[in-house]
Design a protein around this ligand. Structure first.
Ligand code: NAP
Length: 494
């Protein structure tokens, strides 16, 4: 019998629509391989199996995507707003129609539990739906003239080609959040998904084709990131760059973009504090703490990294949180366990390092603490108590299923400790006192403050961080800002 070489041959579970699994880059409306035939292997983190190979484009190949986006720009920008909106609406419908297959692709390449993958498809689709509406009203500000006999107007115009660079932890939603806003604004797009999770982005390109997108407005380029992204950073035709990923790579792109003065949106690392005062219902706070720590197996920029619990309720919180953590199931995303694999060995090694360092500095291990026997990339959900401020885990993102808890005595002290970081993405606050909620929400130096709950994000609200957690905002009307220029026109009546 001949061997099956189709892109879906290695999938452990079949897609109902195999043509969603594309392995070439998408440029100018065509599937395009590397000119030299190079490819990049993609593996399933749950078991290390080989899922397939995607094209690894060269710098020259990658520039073809900018050529295509630049060529497509005038026509796309020149469409009526409602025409752009209609394309986005169709894309939203295609994504929603293919939810199950997209979730399966995501679980296979990223590892997250299937139910979380479905949640990400819905979340990702919601940005496309939202910006399909916002596309219709890009120019809503009016200005009253301050000059006699003159009429003034302020217009928003699309900047041109936008480069979008997205990470592996949310392979679909990070791309739709950027691309829908850019396309709604009238920009065209070149996108680089993480080499670890390219299939979700390529499936989005296939669905964009089905939605009838004009050629060249949505290009997806796979390959080694430094090779394919660097030419975009130095290309004058690329006017805006929206990046989600680590603070380290964000700074690199910031420097690279300086030469051509690109508009930048940066969604970078987080190091979220979870603050609980003694007046909180412990059980419901523990429910929220489990979500805040263990969603996406802890590989979430919004993941709570530092738990600060007020002294009178500290022991009880630690007890309940450790019990709930010990009950979490660990296994492949296809089995829909609570905790899936981490993305790569580096991530697992980081969990080990953070645990060992905290224990050496006097922390107590309440549960977990080591690799899990489900496979080489699995780590036990772990709780550390009495973690000192100088432990690594209190200072940097862990990006995995390890929680660090410390106690505090009073409000001023805990707010100072929560703010004592270069990160400022999200903070979680649990208290019933309305005046304290107001004071603390004002004092916390974070772009998002979640009070007595965990889930706060969504298409209509601004997402983003302060300090070195980022620049600009995504979602909401603000998400279109970096993709537009302001033009002021002043006309004399005479
Ligand atoms: P990363 O290493 O910074 O990678 C992010 C993206 O940048 C990927 O597409 C990556 O491609 C690409 N990249 C890597 N090196 C590059 C280079 N030299 N030039 C251009 N592009 C390059 O981050 P990650 O490990 O994938 O993601 C985890 C980080 O993202 C965490 O810090 C997390 O907090 C942050 N994050 C932030 C948000 C937010 O909204 N604030 C959301 C999710 C994640 P390859 O993967 O192919 O190398």
């Amino acid at each position: 019998m001949s061997k099956d070489h189709s892109p879906t041959a290695n999938l452990p579970r079949k897609l109902s629509d195999p043509s969603l699994l594309q392995s070439q880059s998408h440029i100018g409306g065509e599937w395009t391989g590397a000119s030299g035939g190079e490819t990049l292997a993609v593996t399933n983190p749950a078991d290390g199996s080989h899922l397939g190979d995607v094209s690894a484009l060269s710098a020259e190949d990658s520039t073809l995507a900018v050529d295509a986006a630049h060529k497509a720009f005038p026509n796309w920008a020149g469409l009526l707003p409602q025409e752009r909106a209609a394309f986005l609406r169709k894309w939203f419908e295609e994504i929603s129609k293919n939810r199950e297959d997209l979730a399966l692709i995501m679980t296979l390449e990223q590892g997250k539990p299937l139910s979380e993958a479905r949640g990400e498809i819905d979340y990702g689709a919601s940005f496309v739906e939202f910006y399909a509406e916002e596309a219709k009203r890009p120019n809503i500000e009016g200005v009253t003239s301050h000059l006699p006999d003159a009429e003034v107007e302020v217009w928003r115009e699309p900047v041109g080609v936008a480069a979008l660079i997205t990470p592996w932890n949310f392979p679909l939603a990070m791309l739709t959040r950027k691309a829908a806003a850019a396309l709604a604004a009238g920009c065209t797009v070149v996108a680089h998904p993480s080499g670890e999770t390219p299939y979700s982005a390529l499936a989005l390109a296939e669905l964009a084709k089905r939605a009838g997108f004009p050629a060249g407005i949505f290009n997806v380029v796979t390959g080694s990131a430094p090779v394919v992204v660097e030419p975009w950073m130095s290309d004058k035709r690329v006017k805006a760059v929206s990046f989600t990923g680590s603070t380290e790579i964000g700074k690199l792109l910031y420097r690279q973009g300086a030469e051509t003065v690109k508009r930048l949106v940066m969604e970078l690392g987080g190091h979220a504090p979870f603050i609980m005062f003694g007046d909180t219902d412990i059980e419901s706070a523990v429910d929220e703490a489990i979500k805040a720590k263990f969603a996406t197996s802890g590989q979430d920029c919004l993941g709570a990294n530092r738990f600060f619990i007020e002294k009178p309720v500290y022991d009880e919180f630690c007890k309940q949180f450790a019990e709930r953590t010990a009950a979490l199931t660990v296994g492949p995303g296809l089995d829909d366990c609570d905790i899936g694999p981490l993305m790569h060995e580096k991530a697992v090694a980081k969990q080990e390092e953070h645990v060992a360092d905290a224990l050496a500095k006097g922390a107590r291990l309440l549960v977990g603490g080591k690799r899990h026997d489900a496979g080489s990339l699995f780590f036990e959900p772990t709780v550390l108590a009495d973690v000192p401020a100088d432990a690594l885990i209190m200072q940097e993102e862990t990006f995995g299923p390890v929680a660090a808890i410390a106690s505090f005595d009073d409000e001023a002290e805990v707010l100072q400790r929560a703010n004592d970081t270069e990160y400022g993405l999200v903070a979680y606050l649990h208290t019933q006192d309305p005046r304290r909620i107001y004071r603390a929400s004002r004092a916390l130096q974070f772009g998002m403050v979640a009070v007595n709950r965990t889930k706060v994000t969504g298409a209509p609200v601004p997402f983003g961080g302060m300090k070195q957690s980022g620049l600009g905002r995504e979602g909401s009307r603000l998400g279109m800002e970096a993709f537009t220029e302001i033009k002021y026109v002043c006309r004399d009546w005479a």
